[in-house]
Design a protein around this ligand. Structure first.
Ligand SMILES: NC(=O)c1ccc[n+]([C@@H]2O[C@H](COP(=O)([O-])OP(=O)(O)OC[C@H]3O[C@@H](n4cnc5c(N)ncnc54)[C@H](O)[C@@H]3O)[C@@H](O)[C@H]2O)c1
Length: 312
């Protein structure tokens, strides 16, 4: 029987890719999204869209009824702006998660919940060595704090209601279709700037390192985590490779044939120095194996983003 999956945040970047993959394998999919960032036209044909806010209990209760699984991606996702918007971000990411979990409990039909967390839950790491899931969780941004609360709500409320759960800590996800924002997605931000002839800004010395994971690999991890016979577990989803922000900037320049040099800006509050995933747990328990290598995949992604970027 085709499983019925509700995807919150399914009109956004990762959600729209995931919804397409769920439909392709025969799931029936409902998207629940308030379209604050996501776009109606990004919801793949074949999925039903319900426009609503995850903090609206009546709306999320009604949307969840009759589904077998929930993938909870809806969130306010910007780290840097989460200091200014701590109240709004906490409301959506924490209260919204509790409302989604209560809706799943009340539905009587939902058996499994998968939720998106982030590398932002971790304490900073002193070296670019990959960190596993036992690395201390001591988030340095309100966004990271909200995601740590999400993890506990999801596992705790699922177990209490006899549902199974999995949480995925996505690292820096890149790919076509990321919605432009001044705060999220350095590949998209650099590409948009250079496509407009504007020098990209690099915060701090640019030697902070990230683990850039292609959205197709994030989707692979989500599908595996939905299907896996494990519960109450949290997994890193990255590649295990470190790339500095300076290097990413050079790679975007090369992909676009741009000679624009980055301009320096003061280091940003809430930014980790090193954020690289040890993915052994996802490999062992989920069979996750990233397929995309950054230097091979990035040029096409950058050109796809640039084609759609506004020029002025
Ligand atoms: N992109 C990354 O690098 C990354 C890294 C770590 C974690 N994540 C997590 O992955 C998930 C998806 O991120 P994304 O990059 O696709 O972001 P996105 O902003 O493209 O998607 C989030 C979606 O949630 C929707 N949304 C926001 N607030 C809502 C609300 N109150 N009610 C209903 N819908 C709401 C938005 O309209 C949007 O469509 C998020 O939970 C995010 O925190 C992303």
């Amino acid at each position: 029987m085709s499983r019925r999956v509700l995807v919150t945040g399914g009109a956004g970047f990762i959600g729209s890719h995931l919804v397409a993959a769920l439909l392709a394998r025969g799931n029936s999919v409902t998207v629940f999204d308030n379209l604050s960032v996501g776009l109606r036209e990004k919801v793949p044909a074949g999925a039903m869209l319900i426009v609503g806010d995850v903090t609206d209990s009546a709306a999320i209760d009604a949307a969840t009824a009759g589904h077998d699984m929930v993938v909870h991606l809806a969130a306010r996702v910007a780290i840097r702006s989460s200091f200014e918007f701590a109240v709004e971000d906490t409301h959506t990411n924490v209260v919204g998660t509790a409302a989604v979990m209560r809706a799943a409990q009340r539905s009587g039909s939902v058996r499994r919940v998968l939720a998106a967390s982030s590398m932002a839950v971790y304490a900073d790491s002193p070296t670019p060595t990959p960190i596993d899931e036992r690395h201390p969780t001591a988030p340095i941004s309100p966004y990271g704090i909200s995601k740590l609360a999400l993890e506990q709500l999801v596992h705790g409320m699922a177990a209490g209601a006899g549902m199974t759960s999995a949480v995925l800590r996505f690292f820096n996800t890149y790919g076509p279709g990321q919605l432009p924002s001044p705060y999220v997605g350095v590949v998209t931000i650099f590409t948009h700037a250079m496509a407009r002839g504007v020098a990209p800004k690099i915060y701090g010395d640019g030697e902070q390192c990230r683990d850039f994971v292609h959205v197709d690999d994030v989707v692979q991890a989500c599908l595996r985590a939905l299907d896996a016979d494990v519960s109450g577990e949290t997994f890193n989803v990255g590649t295990g490779s470190a790339t500095s922000v300076n290097r990413i900037c050079e790679m975007v320049q090369a992909a676009l044939g741009s000679t624009l040099q980055a301009t320096p800006a003061p280091a940003a509050e809430g930014e980790l120095r090193y954020s690289i995933a040890d993915i052994a747990k996802a490999a062992n328990l989920l069979g996750y194996a990233p397929q995309r290598v950054l230097h091979e995949a990035l040029p096409a992604v950058v050109r796809a983003i640039a084609e759609r970027a506004p020029r002025s």
